[in-house]
Design a protein around this ligand. Structure first.
Ligand SMILES: Nc1ncnc2c1ncn2[C@@H]1O[C@H](COP(=O)(O)OP(=O)(O)O)[C@@H](O)[C@H]1O
Ligand SMILES: [Mg+2]
Length: 239
């Protein structure tokens, strides 16, 4: 296998995204370095999901540019997990095995990786169960484990625990912490202030499709500059 070139930092330069003449993201400039945990914060409808899709490459900027350090997007070096897990109608183990096979891993390597992944994230007892029969929290745990098994350099997480109860949410947050320890760069959206405080090293605050603030988390939470961010932290309803 060829050596993995670093795809980070990822830069957006004046990036915008419009649908049918409607500007949904405007003039976003940001540099996302390797090795950090960036929380993308903002109210519902602020543009968090679109921002992650634009970074990941599911949508293309209609203005400005997206630039990977490697020069090109490299699908195998990045992964994304959505609010609702997208799982195959197959067993838990098969859900882990399938993307590894697509990546070109041989049978023995796959078996080893699947088993290590099941073990690491407490899924071994469920290995042969149909993934669709797992609880919501277990399904999301599987979706994150599957992303981890691909050894991405950067993992985009779009509100991965927003439909989960507190105990399932805690497990997801612990997994995100583990990913960081493994050196995976995290870019994760949430509208949950408590979660942002628990996980963020850096914060990108979005409001109406614009990046209003991007700062180290301690500084952001100590006192954001922007009135919209201050209102959000104070719990005012903004839109
Ligand atoms: N394909 C689309 N066409 C039109 N409007 C869209 C489309 N996708 C998203 N939007 C709108 O763009 C805004 C931002 O959406 P989104 O990124 O999903 O917000 P968030 O994830 O912060 O809740 C919302 O007002 C949403 O309705
Ligand atoms: Mg969203």
């Amino acid at each position: 296998m060829s050596a993995q070139r670093d795809i980070l930092p990822l830069s957006l330069q004046g990036a915008g995204y419009a649908v049918g003449g409607k500007r949904l993201l405007s003039d976003i400039s940001i540099r996302i370095p390797a090795g950090r945990r960036l929380i993308v914060l903002g109210a519902n409808g602020a543009g968090k999901s679109l921002f992650l899709r634009l970074c990941h490459g599911l949508i293309e900027p209609s203005a400005g540019r997206r630039i990977w350090a490697s020069g090109e997007a490299r699908a195998e070096a990045q992964a994304m997990v959505f609010q609702r897990p997208v799982l195959l109608r197959r067993s838990v183990a098969a859900n882990l095995d399938y993307p590894l096979a697509l990546k070109g891993l041989g049978r023995a390597d796959r078996a080893r990786t699947v088993s290590a992944t099941l073990d690491r994230f407490g899924l071994t007892a469920m290995a042969d169960q149909p993934a669709r029969l797992l609880s919501g929290g277990e399904q999301q745990r599987l979706a994150l484990a599957r992303a981890w098994a691909m050894r991405p350099q950067v993992l985009f997480l779009d509100e991965p625990s927003s439909s989960l109860d507190p105990s399932a949410t805690r497990i997801i947050e612990e997994m995100v912490g583990q990913f960081s320890i493994d050196g995976i760069t995290i870019v994760m959206s949430t509208h949950d202030l408590g979660q942002a405080r628990r996980l963020a090293e850096d914060v990108a605050f979005l409001h109406r499709g614009r990046l209003i603030e991007h700062r180290a988390a301690p500084e952001f939470f100590a006192g954001p500059w922007a009135p919209e961010a201050r209102a959000f932290l104070a719990g005012d309803l903004i839109w």
